[in-house]
Structures are given as structure tokens and as C-alpha cells.
Design a protein around this ligand. Structure first.
Ligand SMILES: [Zn+2]
Length: 100
């Protein structure tokens, strides 16, 4: 399924059809995007951004503060590829938004 917005066209791929590396790359890009709120720990959201790791052949989200494992990865966190996130970032920058 193709999504067309004013600035970007992206192909929607369901997580089920991605390999683990692709899921991890997408989550890492999402977690560092700077224009969305990161996925955080369900134990305590002040624990910092969750890290995607492979566990028993499946990608899970790990809290580096309390080691809690989150098995559910929301589809929105893997919707955009790292390249697509860069395109959106550049657009924000062109509007004067500053990323750390
Ligand atoms: Zn935690």
C-alpha cells in the first residue's frame, strides 16, 4: 500500500513482512527521529528510550534502566524507513526546527 503526503510518499509494509534487522533499523531511526516521542518503559516512562534487541529470534524492546522487556512493538514505530525519517527531518530543518 502506498501513502502519498505532500512531502513524502512511502510504501506501507506490515511488521510481519519485515526481517529482524529491518525492524531494528526502523525502531532505532524512530527512537532517534527527534520529532516524535520515543517509545518508553511501561514500568516508568522516565527510564529513557527503549532499545530494540533480538530475543529468541524475535525483536523486543528492552529498557536499559530496569531490564524490563516489552514484547509488543507498535506498528507506527516501524512504518517509516530510516531514509523516510531523514526526508521528514530535512523538511523540519527547512522550517527552522533544530535537532540536537
Ligand atoms: Zn524500565
Amino acid at each position: 500500500m502506498k501513502f502519498q503526503t505532500k512531502y513524502i510518499t512511502f510504501e506501507f509494509t506490515n511488521q510481519k513482512n519485515m526481517n529482524n534487522k529491518e525492524i531494528i533499523d526502523r525502531i532505532n531511526a524512530y527512537q532517534h527521529a527527534g520529532f516524535v516521542h520515543e517509545l518508553t518503559c511501561s514500568v516508568d516512562s522516565s527510564h529513557g528510550a527503549l532499545i530494540p534487541v533480538e530475543k529468541n529470534g524475535k525483536v523486543v524492546l528492552k529498557c536499559e534502566t530496569c531490564d524490563h522487556i516489552h514484547n509488543y512493538i507498535p506498528e507506527f514505530a516501524t512504518t517509516l524507513s530510516p531514509d523516510e525519517i531523514e526526508v521528514i527531518k530535512k523538511r523540519f530543518i527547512s522550517y527552522g526546527f533544530k535537532f540536537d
